[in-house]
Design a protein around this ligand. Structure first.
Ligand SMILES: [Zn+2]
Length: 356
């Protein structure tokens, strides 16, 4: 079998790339010391049982992996669990505009570190640059990453507070479309990484929503789902018909309440696939939910459009327990069978990456 792709992993560093107020009451600073880490990491799961939004648990992973000290060490922790010729789309993260304070190091440093890792693993690491359009000169940064640092595509993370149809992204989409560069976009509701600033600021950011806002008693996390709703990509795909966009985390929202048109997010995406041939999905994070495997196997076996646009991605290290990555991937591969696996881990990613 040809080398396969894992189209969705992360190697950014919890100690350097996550803003200092990501957690309340100075916990981020405390976690950066050895003793503090030991105490807080063990308290985290306890804290987490009181926190309905999963934010402590997510940060515990950021901090634990950050302790490895380099993106190379984080990457190798994942890479070593796969066949040596596996290719990984590695997604960076710009968390400077999520209303959680300053990020310890410059975003450029995260990008350059990943670019250097790409030089060590030229056949295995496919870096995608996350752009937040609130960053000054983000188009120039994007161009530099592609043209000088060997980045291969664009990452969007709308839950941090921007809509994908924001016109500030358009020059980048234009560039991607012209140069055949694909886009991976975070697309799930109930995500623990979201805009953490003041509610009033968030409501301001949500002003441009094309989906009618139902505010009720929703907290920031719930409200941020409006940024990342699949329907927000219709306008982008109408304006850039040749742009390949992967809506990540298919299968995570299949229990989400029906919000627009009586359909959940997965159903909405499947409907959109009928109109937009360049729309893809991945199973990042959803993969870890074994209860979902039967459902997705049946969907892939009976829906040819989905089968031709579904990609294998794991979301390493967002749900990391030692040994899980390998076991989960092999179990999943055995469960869906070689023919489907070849389709979602080789054929579709190659089409997505424009590789023959
Ligand atoms: Zn992810």
């Amino acid at each position: 079998m040809a080398a396969f792709y894992n189209t969705h992993i992360h190697t950014f560093r919890g100690d350097k790339d996550v803003p200092e107020n990501y957690l309340p009451i100075g916990l981020v600073k405390l976690l950066s010391t050895k003793v503090g880490f030991f105490i807080v990491a063990n308290l985290m799961s306890w804290l987490n049982s009181f926190s309905k939004n999963g934010m402590f648990e997510r940060y515990r992973l950021f901090a634990a992996l950050g302790k490895l000290g380099s993106q190379q060490a984080i990457f190798e922790k994942c890479y070593n669990e796969y066949p040596k010729d596996t290719k990984f789309i590695v997604l960076t993260m710009d968390m400077a505009y999520m209303g959680a304070g300053a990020v310890p190091r410059k975003y450029e440093d995260q990008l350059i570190e990943l670019s250097n890792l790409q030089k060590i693993y030229p056949d295995n690491v496919l870096p995608f640059i996350h752009i937040d359009c609130r960053r000054d000169n983000c188009f120039d940064l994007f161009k530099t990453a592609i043209e000088q640092w060997n980045f291969k595509g664009l990452k969007l993370y709308p839950t941090l507070g921007t809509f994908p149809f924001d016109k500030r992204y358009y020059p980048i989409y234009e560039y991607c479309q012209t140069h055949n560069l694909p886009v991976v976009a975070h697309c799930s509701d109930g995500n623990p990484v979201f805009y953490k600033g003041k509610k009033n600021d968030l409501l301001q950011l949500l002003q441009g929503s094309t989906i009618p806002l139902v505010l009720g008693k929703k907290d920031n996390k719930a409200l941020c789902a409006y940024f990342t709703h699949p329907l927000n990509y219709q306008q982008v795909m109408d304006d850039f018909p040749n742009l390949k966009i992967c809506l990540a985390h298919y299968g995570k929202g299949n229990d989400a309440p029906n919000d627009v048109g009586g359909m959940n997010w997965d159903q909405t995406i499947k409907e959109m696939m009928k109109t937009y041939p360049n729309l893809y999905v991945d199973c990042a994070y959803s993969l870890y939910n074994q209860n979902w495997w039967s459902s997705i196997k049946v969907q892939l076996s009976t829906d040819p459009l989905l089968r031709d646009h579904f990609m294998f991605g794991s979301d390493f290290y967002m749900l990391e327990v030692d040994g899980t990555e390998k076991q989960c991937d092999i179990d999943f591969r055995a469960f869906i069978g070689e023919e489907l696996f070849q389709q979602i881990a080789v054929t579709n990613p190659k089409k997505f990456m424009n590789v023959s």
